[in-house]
Structure formats: C-alpha cells, structure tokens
Design a protein around this ligand. Structure first.
Ligand code: FRU
Length: 511
C-alpha cells in the first residue's frame, strides 16, 4: 500500500500550486502588492473534498515558488466564504486603512448557511487587511450588496478609470440565469447597479467566476478592447467545466460584445466551436486575472480541474492544483482580435536542456527518444510540418516497457498522445490510456481544437508536471489543459507520424 508520502511524491506537481493538505478549487483574490503575488483560493481546511469553504492563502515572488500561509478568511457558523477578488485600495476609499498604509480589501461571496437569518442566500461581503495580507478582518457592515438571490456570486472588482469617471466596478454572476451583473462604487461599501450582460453563447451550465479587463490589440495602446471572461459548468467545450470569453467595448456602464453568436439560454450545441474558449481541455476552470499587476500585464490562473470528476481524482490528503500563471494578450488573427496565452515559464532560467533535435524527416510509426530524455516534469517545444502524414505529434508519459513497439495505434500501453491530424486540421490530446483513468466514467477523454497551420507548420509548447499536461499551440492561440495520472515509471517520449511525408522542424526538451 502507498503511504501518504508516496502518493504526495507520485502526483504532487512541482510548478503548479497545490495546498499542502486538503482540498482546493477556484483561485480567489489574485492580487499583486509590494512585490508579492497573492493567491487566495477556495479551500476546505478540514478535508480533501469540497466543503467548509474558506479562503486559503499562498504567496510568491515569481509565480513559481509558492509559500502557503494560514487560512486567510475562514468559514463560520453563518457563512461559507465563496469565490471573489481582492484589490489594493490605493486611495483608501474604504477607510479601512490610512493613506500611508492602503488596505488590501477582499470582496467575497457570503454563501449563508443554516446558522444565519439569510440562510440560502448569496451576497457580496468584504474583509480587509492592513498588514499586507497576513491577517484579515471581516467588515462589520456585511453584506455590502444583497439582491436576495440564491445564485449571486463570484465578484471581480477592479478600479475603472475612463471617460465615464473613476470608480470601482464589480462584475458578478446571477449564475442560474446565465447573467453577468455589473455594479459601481466609490468606496467598496455602497454599490449601484450598472447593467446586465447575457445570456449569450455557451449557456449549457451555470455561469460562474466572471472577469472584465481591457487590453491593447497587437500592443497598440490607442486600439483597445475589453475582454469579458465567463466560466461555466457544465457546458464547457470539452465537457463539464470550461471558460469562455467575449471581446467588446466597455463604456463604464455596459459591456458591448462584438463576439456574440447566440443570445439565448437554449444551448445551441452545434455552435460550440464558434464561441471563444479560454482553453480546449477539461481542466482549466474558474480562471480569473490578477489585479494591480505593474506594466499593464494581464496574468490569469485557473483551477486545473473539472466539477464532473473533481471529487474523485486520486488523492491522499491533498487534492487539486492550479494552472501555471498565463499572460494573456489580444492579437489580430484573420482581421479580428483573439486572446493568446503564454505560460509564465518555470523552466526559464532554471531548466537544463537535455535534448535538441534539428530538422529531419519523420519515419512512419513511433520514434522513441533515448532513455535520458524522459521525466515527469518537463517543458517540451516542438515544431512539425505534418505534410500529408495524417496524425503527427508526440507520445507523452509513455510506458518504457512498450518502447519497442512502433505501431501508433497499438492499444494497452500507457501513454498520453498529443497529435495534429493533417486530414482534419485538428490538434488533439488523448488521455484515454494515460494511466489511472477509471476513477470516474467521464475522465477518459480526447480533447480537440481546430488549429490552422502557419506556413505548413504547427508549433507546440507543453508543460508536463507529474499529474498534468498544459499545451500551448501556435504561440498560445489555442491551449489544452488536462490532468493525467500515469505510473511514475511512465516517462518515455516518442515522436509520432502516421504516414510518410512529415518533417520535424525542431524539438527541445528541458527539465
Ligand atoms: C466555481 C464555484 C463558484 C463558487 C465556488 C464555491 O467553481 O462554484 O461559483 O463561488 O466555486 O466553492
């Protein structure tokens, strides 16, 4: 039998944050303050499944090495502490700090429990810290915004400074109605209704954890758009939980979408691929961005899991991890802005290159790489010209016992397969034989995304971190994030080409 330590060692990611013990879900209160990135998160301090929702807390100077701190905002007999955001109240508008010592203010959802007269309702509340996030006080006037709704949650608050004025804006959801609701405030204490967005595009599940931010298009500060992020569960593109986004304008009151395809709660499944998705995998949910990042950079983190099976993933004492932090940008593709994502690379400056291959023809079948080019924690960069070869890509986390095999389709050998199919134009990540897939019937899956080749080429960057694969295709135009639970011995890598005519342009492995 495995001990706790064995299991910790087996799946515990190195570069993806997980709580030392117990359960986590959504990232909360992402904020940068005095040189420190704060990651609060939905946390059960007392168990490895969802419950006792409180805000856990971790900090990092580089988004790679995280230090865990005591629970920041614990649940009590009146309320669970659901998702929300945190701001640096620079001008001390709330009065919780002083002009010289501006407070950190958390805006969270009070999910009232049976001990409260408001039991069953969800409303927005505040907690604040005047010691840079170390200790937190709940505001005595909570809740600060109550619509007497059972599904009003996940406030993202930011400072708006534009033509309409300067004030706090809150985006939150009426989850069951598939609506994003916007409010404004001069001081975080009193809130005034602005507008409602939705339902629109993907509506096959409740809307949760929204975000709204402005970005330059192609780096041009005189040409900006606003991005409205709407997570939903189920109803994501790969099944279960997922994140969609809309691009448009925001005049300080109303978000006007330029990417709405459908506008009703009747999910139109045939249009799913036409909507804009943050990620095409199964395990990137509740993604929201940091407040207060210098230099206008927009950094997001998602929960690397899916409500379909999150309670069943292998665990012994801790369960679930966050994604890597990703910088998002708007870039023009075919004349319209789309979101591209780049992982904040944990290997940069730390990693050791252990294989570089140059341009070469790929033999049909599998080409296994040498034994020393393997591992559970790797960054791999690969560029292929698939030509007419059919499926071309990489076998990840392969069973070394089966390395002799060269048959692409041979069943039974543990592996995760990332492949571009030149016949369909789709990139796929297949985890059906990735290891332990039997803990939930919806877990074995193949994720797919249509990706146009550029100059006949597909460029792939992927991060393996024990229990996950995060893929960034065509410089982050499409991403696929999936958990996997292979044997720790399954670390072999192979190049894959179904037929003749594929070329490997370059291939680098860093560990
Ligand atoms: C999203 C979510 C949020 C809620 C939180 C509760 O994963 O359901 O809507 O605030 O998790 O833990």
């Amino acid at each position: 039998m495995n001990t706790t330590a064995d299991l910790d060692c087996r799946y515990r990611p190195k570069w993806h944050y997980s709580a030392q013990r117990n359960w986590l879900n959504d990232p909360n209160g992402l904020v940068y303050s005095n040189g420190v990135y704060h990651l609060f998160y939905q946390h059960n301090p007392d168990g490895d499944t969802w419950g006792n929702m409180s805000w856990g807390h971790a900090t990092s100077a580089d988004l790679h090495h995280w230090a865990e701190h005591p629970v920041a905002i614990p649940c009590d007999e009146q309320e669970s502490i659901y998702s929300g955001s945190a701001v640096v109240d620079v001008h001390n508008t709330s009065g919780f700090g002083t002009p010289d010592n501006p407070p950190l203010v958390a805006i969270y959802t009070s999910a009232y429990t049976s001990g409260s007269p408001l039991a069953g309702l969800q409303a927005q509340s505040l907690a604040y810290s005047t010691d840079d996030g170390t200790t937190w006080m709940k505001y005595s006037g909570n809740p600060v915004l109550d619509r007497t709704s059972a599904d009003f949650r996940d406030p993202k608050v930011f400072w708006y400074d534009g033509d309409a004025g300067s004030y706090w804006v809150m985006v939150a959801v009426e989850a069951a109605r598939r609506e994003v609701v916007l409010y404004s405030s001069p001081d975080l204490l009193s809130w005034e209704y602005l507008s409602t967005f939705g339902p629109a595009n993907a509506t096959g599940g409740v809307w949760e954890c929204p975000d709204l931010f402005e970005l330059p298009v192609d780096g041009d500060a005189s040409n900006t758009r606003w991005v409205l992020v709407v997570n939903l569960s189920p109803g994501g593109i790969a099944g279960g939980s997922g994140g969609q986004y809309f691009i448009g304008t925001f005049d300080g009151v109303t978000f006007h979408s330029e990417t709405t395809v459908t506008e009703s709660v009747q999910a139109d499944d045939t249009r799913m691929a036409d909507y804009s998705w943050l990620d095409w995998g199964r395990d990137y949910y509740a993604a929201v961005s940091f407040n207060n990042i210098p230099d206008g950079r927009r950094l997001m983190i998602g929960w690397m899991n899916n409500w379909q099976y999150a309670a069943a993933t292998p665990s012994d004492g801790w369960r679930s991890a966050m994604s890597l932090a990703r910088e998002v940008k708007l870039v023009s593709r075919s004349g319209r802005p789309v979101l591209v994502q780049e992982a904040i690379d944990p290997f940069e400056g730390h990693g050791t290159e252990n294989l570089t291959l140059g341009r070469q023809r790929l033999n049909p079948g599998l080409t296994w790489l040498p034994d020393d080019v393997s591992g559970e924690i790797l960054r791999i960069d690969a560029e292929f010209e698939p030509g007419p070869a059919g499926r071309v890509g990489i076998v990840l986390r392969g069973d070394p016992q089966r390395k002799a095999g060269s048959d692409v389709s041979s069943a039974g050998a543990e592996r995760t397969v990332l492949a571009y199919d030149s016949a369909t134009g789709e990139l796929s990540l297949d985890r059906t034989e990735s290891g332990n897939v039997g803990f939930h019937k919806t877990f074995p899956s193949v994720e797919r995304v249509a990706v146009p080749l550029e100059d006949g080429r597909i460029r792939l960057r992927m991060f393996l971190d024990r229990c996950s694969v995060e893929v960034f295709a065509q410089d982050g135009t499409a991403t696929i994030t999936d958990q996997i639970f292979p044997a720790d011995t399954s670390t072999a890598l192979a190049l894959l080409a179904e037929g003749e005519g594929a070329t490997l342009v370059s291939f680098t492995v860093v560990h």
